[in-house]
Structures are given as C-alpha cells and as structure tokens.
Design a binder for this molecule. Structure first.
Ligand code: 5GP
Ligand code: MN
Ligand code: MN
Length: 328
C-alpha cells in the first residue's frame, strides 16, 4: 500500500489536526506524536528552503489526559486536551491514528466533523473505514504504519520521533512478545535504535514505572479474579468505588487484562471497569484460537483477534459475563 495520496493531501493542507482514541495508550500517543513531530519538521524544512513558505498549523488533540507513564516522551507536552481547545476552528485535514471507529475519537469527533478531509490510519481489522482515505493494515501497531509513512515522505526520523514510535511498538506488541511481531517489526526497532532511541529507557519509563494505585490494583485483581474452568475464562470487575478507594485513575488499570490472562489455565480474559457514567468498559485478551474481536463486537466494540475492547451500556457486570460465556 502506497502513501502517495496521503502525502499529497498533507502537502496541500494548511491546517491539520491529528486525532486518536479515548483512553489513549502508547500506540495512540506514540503514532500521533511521531506524526505530529514529523509534520513540524516538514514545516521547518520547507521554511528553510523558502522564506515565504506559510507554515502549516499542526495540532494533536486528545479527549483525555496523557497517561503519566507517557509524559516522558519529548513533545508530549504539546498534545492538547480537547476540553481546552476552542471549538471554532476548521481544519483542512484531520488525520486519525489508531482509532478503529470514528466514535472512538470521543469528544474530538467534533474536529473530524469540521474538517474538509479525513485520513484514517489504523491497524485494527475491525476498522469501519470512516475516512476519505483509509490506510488500514493488519500489522503490529499504528506506529509501524506511521514509520513507513515518514520514510516514504523522505523525512529523517529524529530520536524524538523514534522514541514516540518505539513506545507504540512496545505498547502494542507487549514489548515484542505478541504474535503481531514480524521480522519487519524488529527491523523497524533496530533502525530506531540506530537513530538513538534508548530502548531500556522506554521500557523503564513506560512499563516498569507503576504507581501505588496500579500495584494495589494488580493485587486486587489477582485476589478477586474469577476463573471459569469449563470455558477457560478469567474475569475481574472493578467498580468505580473500588478504584476511588485506592485513589486510582482509570489509566492505572492499564495491563490488568494481560495480568489475569497470564494465568496458565486461562485462554481468554475479560477485565471490566465501571465508568463514571455507569457504563462498563470491557477489555479482552485471548491466547490462541478464541476471536475476542467477535466477542467485543456483540457489544459494539472491536479491535483485534487477540486483543479487543468494548463499552457496555445498561448492563450489570454479571450480565456482561453471562453474554460472553454464552458466546464462548
Ligand atoms: P485495550 O483492552 O488495551 O483497551 O484494547 C485492546 C484493543 O481493542 C485495542 O486495539 C483497542 O484499540 C481496541 N478497543 C478497545 N476498546 C475498544 C472499543 O470500545 N471499541 C473498539 N472498536 N475497539 C476497542
Ligand atoms: Mn490503541
Ligand atoms: Mn494500536
């Protein structure tokens, strides 16, 4: 798949907004930031070549705060939170990264609606192709797609850009552990290291950097998880009351679903978290043959075969579990 049309659009557009999904993870932030820094660099290069060049306005807007363990990324301080962005702003181009559906953009959807053109760059098989151009590839991460795009643009990947993209890789491959890793993923990682990316710093800052609520939550999940041996299914429900009880934020629950699925008997896992609005946010993982993308689809969610998520409305956690068990 070539990026020619995408690159032409970027070059033609003067006001560009980058968007990604709610509850941003390392790939949402990494891919978006990698692209954001690249477009800023494109501005600098064009300016250096032509004094009269009108710099493009480039913004990266997310509904939520950047999770604490991603703030080490250089440039992440330039990512804007949507609630502080004035609404009267029209963009020529919106580029969405790592969002399987336009609903996943949350409140930033309003910028999509106001943009003249939409480019959708993603790696989820469940992507709904909501853009005017859709570049959807079933590879490790959106960051891996952005890496290829930047190379095709002919812009040099600096260490800052590389660290953002490397973080996306680490996030979506479980630090190169999942089956979505290919030789190309390693080739990309090797190339980024050559460009100065410090892999152990990223893993330390991003993975091995748990605050107290996250650790308490791990303990709680391990204590309270339920295992259904017939379906080889492990699940855990976290109420908002329990989360508040340990002074935790929703981002502190990142990784819980993988933790409970690391149980050797477990084939499939489900982590449910109660949202403030009463809905239940579900995260699922599968080790082998169970397609959790299909299960999440029953609730209007999606993702990948081995990792997917959904939001369930007007249901108790017991009802969610029952529906999943029936499907399994
Ligand atoms: P996580 O469980 O880590 O939040 O997400 C696992 C995968 O499922 C990710 O690729 C994520 O983008 C996708 N995903 C999570 N929640 C949703 C959702 O509500 N809707 C859709 N379509 N995909 C989701
Ligand atoms: Mn993501
Ligand atoms: Mn991703």
């Amino acid at each position: 798949m070539s990026f020619e049309k995408i690159i032409d659009r970027i070059r033609e557009s003067n006001r560009i907004v980058i968007l990604s999904h709610v509850n941003p993870d390392g790939d949402a932030v990494g891919a978006g930031l990698g692209l954001f820094l690249t477009l800023n660099k494109l501005n600098e290069e064009l300016k250096a070549a032509d004094e009269d060049y009108m710099e493009k306005v480039v913004r990266f807007v997310l509904e939520d705060n950047i999770p604490r363990n991603l703030r080490f990324l250089e440039g992440s301080e330039m990512i804007e939170r949507d609630q502080y962005v004035e609404s009267k702003y029209d963009f020529d181009l919106a580029i969405c990264v790592d969002a399987a559906t336009d609903e996943r953009l949350g409140t930033t959807h309003r910028h999509l609606e106001r943009s003249k053109f939409v480019i959708n760059i993603d790696h989820h098989t469940s992507n709904t192709m909501f853009g005017d151009i859709n570049h959807v590839e079933d590879i490790s991460s959106s960051s891996e797609i952005i890496y290829k795009l930047i190379n095709e643009m002919g812009i040099e990947i600096t260490r800052e850009i590389g660290e953002a993209l490397y973080t996306g890789l680490v996030n979506d491959t479980g630090n190169f552990a999942h089956s979505n890793v290919t030789p190309k993923t390693f080739a990309m990682a090797a190339d980024l290291m050559e460009r100065g990316v410090d892999n152990s710093k990223i893993v330390r800052e991003f993975f091995h950097n748990k605050n107290l609520p996250s650790l308490k939550l791990m303990g709680m999940a391990l204590q309270e998880m339920v295992y259904n041996s017939e379906k080889k299914f492990t699940y855990f429900y976290l109420s908002s009351e329990a989360l508040e009880g340990i002074q935790g934020l929703k981002e502190d629950a990142e990784g819980i679903v993988n933790l409970i699925n690391s149980y050797n008997e477990s084939e499939v896992s489900l982590f449910m978290r109660e949202e403030k609005d009463g809905s239940i946010k579900g995260s699922m993982r599968s080790k082998h043959n169970v397609d959790v993308n299909k299960i999440a689809g029953m609730f209007g969610g999606g993702g990948h075969v081995k990792a997917a998520g959904f939001t369930a409305w007007d249901m108790t956690p017991e009802e969610v579990v029952e529906k999943v068990l029936n499907k399994l």
